[in-house]
Design a protein around this ligand. Sequence first.
Ligand code: NAD
Length: 341
Amino acid sequence: MKTIMVTGGCGFIGSCFIRLLLSDTNKYRVINVDRLTYAGNLANVEPYSLDDRLVFERADVADAKKIAAFFKKYTIDVVVHFAAETHVDRSIKDASPFIRTNVVGTQVLLDACRAHGVERFVQVSTDEVYGALDEGEPAFTEESPVKPTNPYAASKAASDLLVNAYHHTYGVPCIITRCSNDYGPYQFPEKFIPVVILNAMDTKQIPVYGTGQNIRDWIFVEDHCRGIRIAMENGRPGEVYNFGGNSLKKNIDVVKQILGILGKPETLITLVEDRPGHDFKYAMNFQKATKNLGWMPSRSFDDGLLTTVAWYREHAGWIEAIKSGAYLNSYRDYMNRRKQR
Ligand code: NAD
């Protein structure tokens, strides 16, 4: 059994990765290192909370002492690094937590990998590091220049550059994956698609930046996690792999589609002042992942969106818990249950 340290495994994508890995195979033991910020919720990995293959450690990835202690306590074969501050709007208000977690946290993990030796370090990154595209410009490839335009994207780009540097300078076997906008179950309700779904479910106004013409390439979260797993198992150190969903959509069209699914009127759409520096378009060329890893997205946007809306409709308890500070309750529950075993 290999031991994988998953950082940020209580967030949206990290928890999906853990659920995917543990549901599919007995090959891995997972050490989930998560600080449980407002965005982290242990209930996201609930089906495995008492599974011996999953261990939870509450810690800040930028805490070098704690991270070094985990590398001594467990023999870590692979690190898959999701932990990050991820909300662009928050980064525009205050960039400092983004620098600490995304940049310093990555450096701390890379130092630990360098000191202890690992088979792989997988950096989970984003299309936002490439900056924005104009109408008609071709999709980003792995060769596109890194030109981030907001503080979140800049912090991710900085951490990607550190990952490259540790690979070239110290030989840490690093892989970088860059993916487009994810959607799906368990996404924290400050991000675009869950905000639209929850507001529409409650027949509340739906804020849309500018005129809603910005374009994103949407990917169902399980497709992304499948890609990360293939990159972890079969990717080549030193390489970058792009993932995308093949689903370019204008924001306004996504909102209308969700309103259609829920049978709510388009009069709920409220255009609000645009976000400063709002990137017009992201699009990913993922031919390299297809050719070298055999990866393709499998869910169409229509199908993935139906699944996602249904999930939010069926999980009122999760939504309530998130709004009332679930990250702390879920931690208390977890510790109690572990003690009672
Ligand atoms: P999320 O905000 O849902 O979850 C982040 C998780 O990291 C939370 O569980 C949080 O508690 C944890 N965390 C935050 N700071 C921490 C710290 N200092 N130490 C330990 N844990 C900490 O994020 P997400 O949407 O699941 O994104 C996960 C990763 O994927 C990020 O690195 C992000 O940049 C990348 N990514 C996201 C998308 C997307 O569309 N959401 C697309 C491409 C790449």
